[in-house]
Design a protein around this ligand. Structure first.
Ligand SMILES: Cc1cc2nc3c(=O)[nH]c(=O)nc-3n(C[C@H](O)[C@H](O)[C@H](O)COP(=O)(O)OP(=O)(O)OC[C@H]3O[C@@H](n4cnc5c(N)ncnc54)[C@H](O)[C@@H]3O)c2cc1C
Length: 493
């Protein structure tokens, strides 16, 4: 399910294992996932792109250190063609319900989407859910939206025909997408108001175009690029795992970085002390994913840009009214308000997942703290795998998760075939053990400290757990994907 980087990466792993009897069901009219949907001005990766690619398919021609979204979309297109996956992809095919049929030992997938290839249902022996981390844009929760006379855009559903030149624009939200798009809108709009609930830490972005000689070198000597990929991915891991997960070992590192960012970077970037103060987070650096930008904070120095920190009361026909009673007139409202993330039960109320013996994923996620085996499998869902389940993000660069998860899944499916098994389900005990280990590791993390109390971060789920990242090294995750005991699953014939 899903033809983003995860679904395409899974397809590649299946083909490499000689498994050809599969389809990739995609609800949209194109492949690419995140990089198809996010086309707002300034969209791009927020980790060095050399680390944001598969180890087996290096692109020697990334134009810069932080590539833009269109380049990543082109990379997904390239992967799909190069590994012969187009024939496996079925577009316009949304899986609206997954039901495990215990007697036939198959999944019945109920389908939606006009023009889908299969009609209303398809059955599958195995299902891999590759629906991503950011599953759907959060719906507008502001009253009055329906009566707004102007245009409402969401950052993840950008309308490129909407020209913002000379318009009065409001951006709602100050997360990673807003940091990328605000500087662009500030240059075009006659007025821009940025509505902030929780400020985001913004640190310098050391971005550079890739010199032609380096592209040439990467083409001639892929091993050099392979080493650069490892170093780039490792740089993300050092921050996310070594410094933030193992925070208690050396808390001064992140505290020092935070002090420097506040004292030097924020002071240098934002002229007005009051605006600077309001843009400065009160929670610790690292409590939620920091953004990188050399232009976001500076945008607030412009005379046409205003930071609004009073809460929005409602959308009016002409603009936005804040709780202090003030109304600002705008032509366009841009919602950069984030996403429903992978374990949000709401996703599975809309598209239910019903496993063995009455197991329902939405109820499970609502009533129980998140758990999984290796971030991939959950007891109660036989023959079902998640590419990105609880505690599943390996090392902070998505492709590492895709490579380790797909290796794990292929191992289980291959073993099931070898044993002639029709059902495979992860056992409860190894799941509980693995989850306990992950939670224990996170006890020493920055996220377990009071410094994160006001971060309002999507890292924390609705139970207050940080089940978002796998708190081990990527090397450990790779090794585990090759060596986990196959008998941690039950195989039934
Ligand atoms: C603006 C932005 C920047 C990012 N930058 C980075 C970065 O720098 N580094 C990083 O590691 N990560 C980054 N991410 C996270 C990014 O989402 C992942 O890196 C990666 O692209 C996710 O790929 P995916 O295939 O798992 O999910 P997605 O790209 O979300 O693809 C999921 C696919 O599943 C389809 N789908 C969903 N539900 C169904 C259904 N019921 N039936 C059929 N199809 C369905 C969707 O239409 C979609 O095509 C960024 C995310 C955003 C939004």
């Amino acid at each position: 399910m899903g033809a983003g980087l995860s679904g395409i990466g899974m397809g590649i792993a299946l083909r490499r294992a000689g498994i050809e009897d599969f389809v990739i069901l995609e609800r949209a009219d194109d492949i690419g996932g995140t990089w198809r949907d996010n086309t707002y001005p300034g969209v791009g990766v927020d980790i060095p792109v050399q680390g944001y690619q598969f180890s087996f398919e290096l692109n020697p021609r990334w134009s810069r250190l932080y590539a833009n979204g269109a380049e990543v979309k082109a990379y997904v297109d390239h992967l799909t063609d190069r590994y012969g996956l187009r024939a496996h992809v079925r577009l316009h095919t949304e899986v609206v319900e997954r039901v495990w049929d215990q007697s036939a030992q198959v999944w019945c997938l109920r389908l939606g989407g006009a023009g889908n290839h299969f009609g209303s249902e398809v059955t599958a022996r195995f299902v891999v859910s590759a629906i991503g981390l950011f599953v759907d844009p959060k719906p507008v929760d502001l009253p009055g939206a329906a009566g707004f006379a102007g245009t409402i855009l969401h950052s993840a559903r950008w309308d490129r025909t909407c020209d913002l030149s000379g318009k009065r624009v409001a951006v709602v939200g100050t997360g990673a997408s807003a940091v990328q798009l605000v500087p662009h809108i500030a240059r075009q709009a006659s007025r821009l108001e940025v509505y902030q609930r929780t400020p985001i830490w913004v640190t310098p972005k050391l971005d550079l175009p890739t010199p032609r000689t380096l592209m040439w070198l990467f083409q001639r000597m892929p091993r050099v690029q392979a080493a650069v990929r490892v170093a780039a991915a490792r740089s993300v891991e050092v921050l996310l795992i070594d410094i933030l997960v193992n925070h208690r070992r050396a808390p001064f590192i992140v505290h020092g970085m935070e002090r420097l960012t506040r004292a030097l970077w924020y002071r240098w970037q934002v002229r007005d002390p009051d605006t600077r103060d309001r843009l400065t987070p009160r929670y610790g650096l690292g409590c939620k994913r920091a953004a990188l930008s050399n232009t976001y904070l500076r945008a607030f120095n412009r005379p046409n840009v205003e930071l609004v920190t009073d809460a929005i009361e409602r959308i009016t026909p002409g603009g936005l009214r804040t709780v202090d009673g003030r109304e600002r007139q705008v032509d366009v409202i841009v919602l950069a308000t984030g996403f429903r993330t992978a374990s949000d039960p709401e996703n599975f109320r809309r598209t239910p997942v019903r496993g063995r013996d009455g197991f329902d994923l939405a109820t499970h996620y609502t009533e129980h703290r998140l758990h999984s085996y290796e971030g991939i499998s959950i007891p109660g869902l036989p023959n079902h795998f998640m590419m990105y389940g609880p505690y599943g993000w390996v090392g902070g660069a998505w492709h590492q998760m895709v490579e380790t998860s797909s290796a794990h899944i292929v191992r289980v499916i291959t073993e099931a075939r070898r044993r002639g098994a029709t059902t495979v389900e992860v056992r409860r005990e190894p799941t509980a053990r693995w989850t306990r280990q992950m939670r224990r590791r996170l006890e020493t993390s920055l996220w377990a400290t009071r410094r994160c109390a006001t971060a309002n971060s999507f890292y924390y789920d609705h139970h207050g757990d940080v089940a978002y990242v796998r708190p081990t090294s990527s090397r450990q995750a790779r090794r585990a994907s090759r060596t986990f005991p196959l008998d941690d699953y039950v195989y039934t014939t």
